[in-house]
Design a protein around this ligand. Structure first.
Ligand code: F6R
Length: 615
C-alpha cells in the first residue's frame, strides 16, 4: 500500500509528481504529499488529507518550484489519515525529506533511542522515525546523506521503499528498497522513480526494477549508481524494456475503471489464452510447466496460497487440479499459512496467486515454502513484480493493469490460468486423457466470446440492482465449482457498496444461516445447469419458503428456476468447470450497479488499497 513517486531532471517536478500520484492512487488514497527541492536548495513541502486532487489544490496555492521532487499517496498503517501523518516527513533539522512505502517494525525502539538524543516527533508514523534516524546518523557521523541513509537502513527491521532528498542539494535523489517495490525510469537526462511503472509510462520505456537491499543514488543529468545496502558494493544496472501503454491506463470512455475492466474481459482473456492452447486443442502449453516437468511429475501435493479475490480463484483452482490431476490439493490464506507451521518438503508444489505480485503475506508465504524445500509457482498479473521474481517458475495472467480496487478481470484471468495449469499438469502426469483436454481446452478457448455474450445481461442486471440497492444484507449461495463464485460475488458487493454480504455453500445454509432469511434478506444463487443443479433447486426452495427474495444465475434455456426464483439472469451454458468464469460476470455487474446507485466511489472504496504490501 502507499505509492511513492519521484523526479529529477530539467522539467518542473510538481506536475509530473501529481500526475504520477494520480496513477498510483489505487495503492492508497487517504492523504498525499509532495516535497520539491528548488534551484536554491530550499525544500517546498505540501501535504493534505484525502485524495491527490486535494493536495493539488492546496499545493498550487503555494510554492511548487523545483525540478527535483518526491511524493506520496498514503494508505494509513501507523496513525490516522491527517495532514501531520501524511508524507513526506521532514527531519527535525529541516534538512531531510523522505517518503516511504512499507512498515518499520522496530520503530518504537528506534524512536525511544532518538528521543534520548533530543529528537521530538510530530506524527504518529513509523516513517518519521526513519527520517529522524537518517538525520541523527548524518550529524553524528558527519557523513554524506548517502552514507547516512545506508547506515540508518542497516538499523531498520521491516519493509521499505523510500525516496529521500536533502536541503541544499537540488541535484541528488536517493532511493532504496527492501520487500516493497520500487521502479526507476531512465529517461533522456531525466530520471523517474515510482512504486510501480504506471507513473513512468509516457516518459520512458526503459526501467530498472530495484532489488531487495539495493539503494540507488540518482544525479541530475541522469547519472545513476546502485549499491547493496548491506555490503556497500556496487551492483550491476539491468535496464529492461517496459511493455505497457498509456491507453491501458485510461478509462477508455467508461465512467470508471471497474466498469471498463468488467467489459474488457473478453479481450483480456484472449490475451491470457494466446499461444497457450495448440490449434487443434489437443495440448495446453505453459512454458513454466514445460521447463519443470520433473517437479510436476513427482509432486505429491499442491498447496495454493493467496489472499482475498485471489484466494477465491485458488478455491476454484483446487477443484480444477483435483479433477484434472488427481493430486491432493490444499488452499490456504497466505496470512495463515505463513504462521501455520506448514508441513512441506521437496515433493510439494506451492502455487502463489496474486494480481499485484506484491502482497506482503503472499510473499512471506513464498519465502517460507522455499525455505522448507517446496517448489513455488507464481500466477501473477504485474510483470516483474516481487512475487514473480521470488518464485521458481510461473505463468502471467496477462490481463493488463487492473486499476479499479475491486478485482474483476484479474479474477477471471487467474481462473483461466488455473484451468490451463490443471490441464497442463493433468496431461503431463497422464491423468487427463487427450479427449478431455481437447474438449475442455476448446471450450476454454471459446470463453472470451462466451463472456462477450454474457455481458449482454448488463441492462437486465442494472434493473435488478435498482430493486436491491437498499438491502442491508445479502446471502450468496453456490455449490461445487460455484461455491467460490458465491464468495467472490459477496466480496465484490461488500467492497464497493459497503453492504454486508456472506457467501455460503448452498447446502450448508440449512445448518445455520437459514435462520437469517426473511423478506429483508435477498439471496443470490448461482445455479448453472451442472451435476448439482437439482440439489441447488431444493436449496432455493428452502430460501423461498422462508420469504426470502431470490436472484438466480441460471444457464440459458433452463426454465425450471423461473417459477421459483424472483429474478433469473441467464448465462450461456458451458462445461461445469468453466461456469465460475461466466457466472462471475453478472455478479460483478450487480455489485457495481448497486454501489453506483448508492453513490459510492467504486474505483476507490473506503479503507481499501489495491496493493497490500503490509501484514
Ligand atoms: C478484492 C481484492 C483483494 C485482493 C487481495 C490480494 O477485490 O482485490 O481482495 O484480491 O488483496 O491481492 P493480490 O491478488 O494482488 O495479491
Amino acid at each position: 500500500m502507499c505509492g511513492i513517486v519521484g523526479y529529477i531532471g530539467p522539467k518542473g517536478a510538481f506536475d509530473i509528481l501529481i500526475q504520477g500520484l494520480k496513477r498510483l492512487e489505487y495503492r492508497g488514497y487517504d492523504s498525499a504529499g509532495v516535497a520539491m527541492v528548488d534551484a536554491d536548495g530550499k525544500i517546498n513541502v505540501h501535504k493534505s488529507r484525502g485524495k491527490v486532487a486535494n493536495l493539488e489544490r492546496v499545493a498550487r496555492a503555494g510554492d511548487t518550484s523545483g525540478s527535483l521532487g518526491i511524493a506520496h499517496t498514503r494508505w494509513a498503517t501507523h496513525g490516522e489519515p491527517n495532514d501531520i501523518n501524511a508524507h513526506p516527513h521532514v527531519s527535525q533539522s529541516g534538512e531531510i525529506a523522505l517518503v516511504h512505502n512499507g512498515t518499520i517494525e522496530n520503530y518504537a525502539v528506534l524512536k525511544q533511542a532518538l528521543e534520548k538524543h533530543g529528537y521530538t516527533f510530530k506524527s504518529e508514523t513509523d516513517t518519521e522515525v526513519l527520517v529522524q534516524l537518517i538525520d541523527y546518523v548524518k550529524h553524528h557521523n558527519q557523513c554524506t546523506l548517502q552514507e547516512a541513509v545506508r547506515e540508518a537502513l542497516l538499523q531498520v527491521d521491516g519493509a521499505y521503499a523510500i525516496a529521500v532528498v536533502e536541503k541544499g542539494d537540488p541535484d541528488t535523489l536517493i532511493v532504496a528498497r527492501k520487500s516493497s517495490p520500487l521502479v526507476i525510469g531512465v529517461g533522456e537526462g531525466e530520471t523517474f522513480i515510482a512504486s510501480d511503472a504506471t507513473p513512468i509510462i509516457g516518459y520512458t520505456d526503459r526501467v530498472i526494477y530495484l532489488k531487495d537491499n539495493e539503494m540507488a543514488i540518482i544525479k541530475r543529468g541522469g547519472d545513476l549508481s546502485i549499491r547493496n545496502v548491506k555490503s556497500s558494493t556496487p551492483t550491476q544496472i539491468d535496464i529492461q524494456q517496459l511493455k505497457l501503454s498509456l491507453a491501458q491506463l485510461e478509462k477508455g470512455g467508461y465512467d470508471t475503471f471497474m466498469l471498463k475492466e468488467i467489459f474488457e474481459q473478453p479481450s483480456t482473456l484472449r490475451d491470457c489464452l494466446r499461444g497457450r492452447i495448440t490449434d487443434d486443442c489437443s495440448r495446453v502449453v505453459l512454458a513454466g510447466v514445460e521447463m519443470h516437468k520433473d517437479v510436476f511429475l513427482k509432486a505429491k501435493r499442491i498447496t495454493l496460497v493467496a489472499c482475498g479475490t485471489s484466494w477465491h480463484a485458488a478455491l476454484i483452482g483446487k477443484r480444477l487440479i483435483q479433477d484434472f490431476c488427481r493430486i491432493p490439493v490444499e488452499v490456504e490464506y497466505a496470512s495463515e499459512f505463513r504462521y501455520g507451521n506448514p508441513v512441506l518438503d521437496s515433493d510439494d508444489v506451492v502455487i502463489a496467486i496474486s494480481q499485484s505480485g506484491e502482497t506482503a503475506d503472499t510473499l512471506a508465504a513464498i519465502e517460507l515454502a522455499k525455505e522448507k524445500g517446496a517448489f513455488v509457482y507464481g500466477v501473477c498479473n504485474v510483470v516483474g513484480a516481487s512475487i514473480p521474481r521470488a518464485t521458481d517458475s510461473g505463468t502471467y495472467i496477462h490481463v493488463g493493469p487492473e486499476i479499479g480496487v475491486a478485482s474483476t478481470k484479474a479474477f477471471t484471468g487467474q481462473v483461466t490460468v488455473l484451468t490451463l495449469l490443471a490441464l497442463a499438469i493433468g496431461q503431463l502426469r497422464g491423468v487427463t486423457d487427450k479427449d478431455t483436454v481437447r474438449s475442455v481446452a476448446s471450450a476454454l478457448r471459446e470463453i472470451p466470446d462466451v463472456i462477450e455474450e454474457t455481458l449482454k445481461c448488463d441492462p437486465e442486471v442494472k434493473n435488478i440492482s435498482r430493486i436491491f440497492t437498499y438491502a442491508h444484507n445479502f446471502l450468496y449461495l453456490g455449490r461445487g465449482y460455484n461455491y467460490p463464485t458465491a464468495l467472490e460475488g459477496a466480496l465484490k458487493l461488500k467492497e464497493i457498496s459497503y453492504i454486508h454480504a456472506e457467501g455460503y455453500p448452498a447446502a450448508e445454509m440449512k445448518h445455520g444461516p437459514i435462520a437469517l432469511i426473511d423478506q429483508e434478506m435477498p439471496s443470490v444463487i448461482i445455479a448453472p445447469s451442472d451435476y448439482l443443479y437439482d440439489k441447488i433447486i431444493s436449496n432455493v426452495q428452502q430460501v423461498k419458503s422462508r420469504g426470502g427474495a431470490v436472484v438466480a444465475i441460471v444457464s440459458k434455456g433452463n426454465t425450471a428456476m423461473n417459477d421459483i426464483a424472483d429474478y433469473c439472469i441467464e448465462i450461456p451454458a458451458v462445461p461445469a468447470c468453466l461456469t465460475p468464469l461466466v457466472a462471475s460476470i453478472p455478479l460483478q455487474l450487480m455489485a457495481y450497479y448497486i454501489a453506483v446507485n448508492k453513490g459510492k466511489d467504486v474505483d476507490q472504496p473506503r479503507n481499501l488499497a489495491k496493493s497490500v504490501t503490509v501484514e
